[in-house]
Design a protein. Structure first.
Length: 203
């Protein structure tokens, strides 16, 4: 678990990385990160408009591929400029957006004897999901079903939809489903106070 101070460091790092890249097209190097942020961790950086709270970009590494601080720089820049769902941001937009960071545990495959057991093996408010089916793959962070007020079956179906496969694909014996957890930090307003988000189960 990261401390709030470490979460604040990552949020400020992400905002600086985006601002510098939009102004100079240069990727910054993390400045003296705490030792705990040098470990390899999966992470997602989410950008939302303020106060509308509409998604503006979300890119991440599901698996631990490099040091956390460096991953945050990469993902922050890519969320602002490389999310294919949105046009690239400009510098002025950044001042009207909040940043959220989800630091992930390593995804683990959920083992079941019958696919119908999947809903009992996951928990909304605790787990994120990855669905893999052949060449198709989709991921939803733990915070998503809470915000959307989905139950576990809805969550499985929507993760399948994210993967680009039919919503009932989770019932196939050929599907692989992984769960993971995340620790979430976000700004209350652009450049404002940073808080840790406590997920609550929504039905």
């Amino acid at each position: 678990m990261l401390s709030l101070d470490e979460g604040e460091y990552l949020i400020k790092l992400a905002r600086k990385a985006i601002g510098t890249y939009l102004e100079k097209r240069v990727a910054i190097n993390p400045d003296k990160p705490p030792a705990s942020l040098l470990a390899e961790r999966g992470v997602f950086v989410t950008i939302e408009t303020y106060p509308e709270k509409e998604l503006r970009g979300c890119i991440g590494y599901p698996y631990p591929v490099k040091e956390l601080a460096k991953s945050v720089v990469d993902c922050a820049i890519n969320s602002a400029t490389g999310d294919p769902r949105f046009p690239g941001m400009n510098r002025r937009e950044l001042d009207r957006c909040t940043i959220e960071i989800s630091v992930l545990t390593v995804p683990e495959v959920i083992k079941v004897n019958d696919p119908k057991e999947y809903p009992k093996c996951i928990k909304v408010g605790r787990d994120g999901l990855i669905v893999e089916y052949g060449y198709y793959s989709g991921l939803l962070l733990p915070i998503v079903p809470v915000e959307q007020k989905w139950d576990e079956e809805d969550f499985l179906s929507q993760t399948c939809h994210k993967a680009g496969v039919p919503v009932d694909t989770w019932l196939s014996p050929r599907v692989k489903i992984y769960n993971f957890q995340s620790q979430v930090f976000k700004e209350e307003k652009p450049g404002g106070r940073i808080v840790e988000v406590a997920l609550e189960v929504g039905k």
